[in-house]
Structures are given as structure tokens and as C-alpha cells.
Design a protein around this ligand. Structure first.
Ligand code: HEC
Length: 150
């Protein structure tokens, strides 16, 4: 085989392996974990500011609250039927048997996250903290019921 033919053969093998690893269900699981990571990444500093572990910075608070709000309405897209068997997932199968309830929790989060982004524009530290706690409750309420413990 010529060098280029070997290369093509190697690429074809690599591509087919990728296709196997990225079937729809695994892709969805990666998507939701990615979303959660982005949300968690931005939620961390907000929590640190609320607890006084990091100086309160209204602009920083608002920027991160906006990011979370922008991702909040995509959550359900990461949980299509059949994605409970994806590898390395921490999602409980109960999500799909209690779909209505799970959807409700996703919407609670979306509503409170969007409210936080709106409140954060007013530069009122006390109100920011109050609304932050409401968002945190929606994360907790969903994780307690639908996320496997690590
Ligand atoms: C409607 C339910 C729901 C809400 C609301 C929710 N989560 Fe999650 N979260 C999950 C589930 C389910 C998983 C497990 C995903 C998986 O592994 O399949 C998860 C996983 C995570 C992870 C781990 C990601 C990874 O890479 O494994 C982080 C971090 C996280 N959530 C943060 C948050 C934060 C912060 C909030 C609120 C601001 C939040 N979540 C709101 C259901 C939710």
C-alpha cells in the first residue's frame, strides 16, 4: 500500500470509532454534562460572592448570571429518551419514568435563573443574594432526586 492509502485507511478506522462513541444517546449525555459544567463553572463564583469568600462585584455577578440564564432553557435537550444508558452518566433512570416532574424541575430552574439575570442588572447586593438562593434550591432539588451520588 502507498503511504497515502495507509493514511486513508487509518482515517477511516478512526472515523468509524468516533461514530460508535458518538451515537445519539452518548452525544446527548456529553451535551448535558457539558451544559452542567458550564453552569456549575459560572455558579461557583456567584456562590463565593454570596458567602463572602470572594469580594462582591456587581458586574462580574451580572455577567455570570447572564451566562447561566442563557443556558437554562437548553437543559431538556440533553435528556432525550434512551439516553439513560449512555456511558458514565450520573443521571438516574427515574428522569424518564417521571418525565413530567423532571421537566417541571428544569422549568423551575430556568425561571429562577432568568429572574437572577434580571435582578443582577440592578446592582442590589441583597436582592442578588436572595435570588441566588432560589436558583441554588432548584439545582439541589433536581440533583437530590435525579442525579446519582458520586
Ligand atoms: C432539572 C434537573 C437539574 C437541574 C435544575 C440542575 N441539574 Fe445539574 N445535573 C442534573 C443531572 C441529571 C446531572 C447528571 C448528568 C449526567 O451525568 O448524565 C447533573 C450534573 C451536574 C454537574 C456535573 C456535570 C458533569 O460533568 O458530570 C454539575 C457541575 C451540575 N449538575 C451543576 C448544576 C448547577 C450548579 C445547577 C443549578 C444552577 C444545576 N446543576 C441544575 C440535573 C439538574
Amino acid at each position: 500500500m502507498s503511504k497515502s492509502r495507509v493514511l486513508i485507511a487509518v482515517c477511516a478506522v478512526a472515523l468509524s470509532t468516533l461514530a460508535v462513541a458518538h451515537n445519539k444517546e452518548d452525544g446527548a449525555a456529553e451535551y448535558r454534562m457539558g451544559l452542567m459544567s458550564v453552569i456549575g463553572w459560572n455558579f461557583g463564583p456567584l456562590g463565593a460572592m454570596v458567602k463572602g469568600k470572594q469580594p462582591f462585584d456587581a458586574a462580574e455577578f451580572s455577567k455570570r448570571a447572564d451566562r447561566i440564564a442563557n443556558f437554562s432553557d437548553q437543559l431538556l435537550e440533553g435528556f432525550p429518551k434512551g439516553s439513560d444508558n449512555a456511558e458514565h452518566t450520573a443521571s438516574k433512570a427515574d428522569i424518564w419514568t417521571n418525565w413530567e416532574d423532571f421537566q417541571g424541575k428544569a422549568r423551575d430552574f430556568e425561571r429562577e435563573a432568568k429572574a437572577l439575570a434580571a435582578v443582577a442588572k440592578n446592582n442590589d447586593e441583597a436582592k442578588d443574594k436572595e435570588q441566588f438562593k432560589k436558583v441554588a434550591e432548584t439545582c439541589k432539588s433536581c440533583h437530590e432526586k435525579y442525579k446519582k451520588k458520586d
